[in-house]
Structures are given as structure tokens and as C-alpha cells.
Design a protein around this ligand. Sequence first.
Ligand code: GTP
Ligand code: MG
Length: 520
Amino acid sequence: MANSKYEYVKNFEADDRLPPSNWIVIRIDGVHFHRFSSIHEFEKPNDSAALCLMNSCASAMLKHFPDIVFAYGVSDEYSFVLSEKSEFYQRRSSKNVSLFVSYFTSAYVTKWKEFFPNYDLKELPYFDGRAVCYPKAKVVRDYLAWRQVDCHINNQYNTCFWMLVKSGKTKREAQLRLKGTQTKEKNEILLQQFGINYDELPEMFKKGSCVFRNKVEEIVKRDETGSSVKRRKNIVTIDHVDIIGQKFWDEHPYILHEDCSMVNNNYEYVKKFEADDRLPPSNWIVVRIHKCDFHRFSSRHEFEKPNDSNALSLMNSCASSLLEKFPEIIFAYGVSDEYSFVLSEESKFCKRQASEIVSSFVSYFGSAYVMKWKEFLPDRDLKEVPYFKGRAVCCPKAKIVRDYLAWKQFDCHISNQYNTCFWMLVKSGKTETEAQLCLKDTQEKEKNEMLFCQFGINYNKLPEMFKKGSCVFRNKVEEIVKLDEGGIPVQRCNEIVIVDHVDIIGPRFWDGHPYILHED
Ligand code: GTP
Ligand code: MG
């Protein structure tokens, strides 16, 4: 159904395309293989048949998916490296991961009997997977080296562990015996107690398995003169070699070959680097901005402690400017050096691209802050450039927006009470450390009593702006625009941006302004 009213739901589908010109590694891992391996009586610590089955599945993967350039496997995991140029399913992460685990699993079940002719599958094997991007071939090599080092360490430990257990030790005793031992010591245990030379164990156990295409020359026919006509062929090969050192990669330079040539001098591909950070539709968007380095900024400009009315009013005025400028903002809440702006759930502002929304807001806010500075702090020069950082949060329900705002206002109250006490103590001659100690573990009531008894301050009578922070929103007011012929006033509903310092934790404010967080 084209263009139906239901089509908007398509926008929930996040674009998970992985950035171009990055190598993609998809690592899959058997789920609950500890149990799976014991149900199927895998040999411990390494079951050759089980490992060969994994390798055979990986080999099938390379044969089926030409974009895979290399695979490395150990235990119940396999990593598949896709070429940096791969355009497989437009590099969409979930598509690639899901079809890789799916193909691998099907192969595992199909091939099971080939490797375990005497065992039936007693439960269904399944794998999970994830995709990671690595920008340089060098990093892919480091990734693979990391997995191979891991293979070596685990294999050495497990070989010792199971030999000790097989020789009669309990698992706990074996663990204790190996605790803190180094490589050399483990090799000595194997050699002296069990006559095993670690170096002589199968390469598959020690090094894991590599699957890749080997270029081989093949004689296809003989020409008239009898000399052979050769053809280069790629043969999918399984090997158990060192991939930490240089040798393997020098011998197979084409595997992780980085291609820096530009296709047809076309530079447009760089556009694909632009990540899509669209926020999901039908969610309220909260953009919270926060002044950077506020502590230094406030002391350089001698802001009053703990609250500077002028500085706070400047913040409020900037927030009002934002609401005037951007009709999409339906509510804002500010305290100290931060402000949260709420955009309506259906807002299409900046196509809901998070970075564009956040940057527009911090930029406009910063601009207003500088422009209005003199208006609110006429006796002080701006000594440094103020700047803000911001982030966007999605709230799927109006109730969650309210809880977010309640959290912020509750925080405002707690901080303000603490700071008021703290600075009164400091002003009365205490050091900051002494003031801190005085307030440690005190409850709300105790702090109020301290303020009242020691400093004659009734906390409840402090300015609402300090205690409750600032709310900025549009108030609907009826305005008389003209009188009609009969002299009767014609009214129009007007929206005026106002700043207020009210409770937004309870229902009262929201009941009085139902249109603000109206759920459509
Ligand atoms: P999740 O991956 O988190 O679901 O758990 P898991 O049980 O699969 O454990 P994990 O992937 O961390 O480790 C793989 C487990 O598979 C090992 O701990 C072993 O128990 C088991 N395993 C893998 N290969 C072999 C093998 O060749 N022989 C035996 N006996 N067990 C193996
Ligand atoms: Mg596992």
C-alpha cells in the first residue's frame, strides 16, 4: 500500500550501514557450547572432529560468500573478515550478521553426520554474532593476532587443566595448581608429569584455524607444442599457521591488500562516511546542553555562590530565545549551567538527525549567551568565550519526559540545599573541607535546621528560581484583537513564551497545561 498513513512506521527502521572503506569482521560464537559440547561428549580440551566440523563450515562460507577474504576460528568461535570494499547487502550490519550465523549454523547441522557419524544431534546448535569495523588492514591483523594469542593461552591452560583432572585431581585442585603459573611452568608440568611436549601437540589446537583463498597454478591443458597451459586458481584452504608474525602475510599479500586507488576519479563515495544519526520517530526528544568548564568560568566572572541570579536569568533569557526561534521546542527546564529542551514527539526538526539538532541548539544558545551578556551582567566583561556541549535523549512516552524533568528538578533541589548550606558555612569562616565534613551524611531536615539556627535562613523562603530551577514554555493567553460591528470584542488565542519557577514533579502544572506534553 503506497503512501498509506501507516507508512511512517518505516522510519523506525534504523539505518545500520557500516562505514565504507573499513574492513568488517563478523565474529560468531556458539551459544551455550559448554553444555552443547558436554551433551555430545566432545573430547577435552579439544575435540578434533568438532573443530574440523567448524572448519568445514567456515570453508563453505568462503566458497559461498566471495566478500569474505579470511576467516579465523578457535573453539566455538569464528571470525570472518570482509573486504574493505565489500558492498554486500549495502554493508548493513544486521543483514550481514544474521545471514552469516544462519548459513554457518545450517552448514553445521547439515555436516554434523559427516564428522560425528556415531552421534545424533541431541539439541539444536546455534550461534550469536556481531560485526566490528576496522579502518586499516594493520588493525585487522592486530585483531587476528589477539584471537590467536588467546587461542594459545587458553589451549595451554586447558591442556594442563584436563591432564591434571584426568590424572585424578579434582577440578578445584587443578585450578589451584595452575593459579599464577607462567607459560614455561605449564610446559614443564606437561613434560615432567605427563610426558607431553607442548610444541608437538597438533597445530590446530595450538594455533587455531585459518581459512583463506590460496592462489595456485593449475595445468589446464597442453598446447600444440606440448607445453603446459596454466591457469591461476583460488582454492579455499584450511591451515593452522602463525598469523601473528609477518611471514604468512608476506606470502599472501593479496588477502588484506589495501586498495587506495580511486574508482574513476569519483570522489563521491566519501559521502557514505556520513553516518545517519536519525532519532526514531514518535519519541519525545530531549536535548540537554551543559556549559563546558563552568567551574572556572563562574569563578573568573565572580558569579555569586551558590546561585548568581543574573547568571541564571541570562541562561533563562537564552532559553526563551530558543523557544521563540524554534517552535519545535515545547518545553525547557534549566538549572545551574544546564538546560534541557523538549521537542514534541512528532517534530521533524532537522529530519530528526541528532547531531544537527544538538549542534543547532548549542550554537544558538551560545550566540545568545554572548549577545545578552551585557544586558544581565553590565558591570562585568566577558573574559573568555563560553561554550556548551549537548546530547539528545529519546523518550518514547510523555510519562517518561515528565519523569526525566522530575529527576532534573529533584536534583536541583538536593544540590541547591547542599550548596546553600556549604557556602554559608564557608562564608562563616569554615574551610571548604570543614564545611564538607559538617554536611556529610546530613538529611534534608538537618540541613534546613542548620540554615535556620546558625544563619537565620528559612530555606522555604529562598527564591523559587534557586529551589525549583526554571521552566520555559508557551502560555496560551486570550487576546482581544478588535471589536466587531456590534462592539463585541474578537478574541484570539496567543502563545507567549514565559519563564516560571514551578513544581513540575507533581501533576498540578501538567494538569494546568495539558497541551504541552499532549500525546497524539
Ligand atoms: P556463550 O558463548 O556465552 O553462550 O557460552 P559458551 O558455553 O558457548 O562458552 P564460551 O563461548 O565462552 O566457550 C566455549 C565453550 O565451548 C568452552 O568453554 C568449552 O566448554 C566448549 N568447547 C568448545 N570447543 C570444545 C572442544 O573442542 N571440546 C570440548 N570439550 N569443549 C569445547
Ligand atoms: Mg560460546
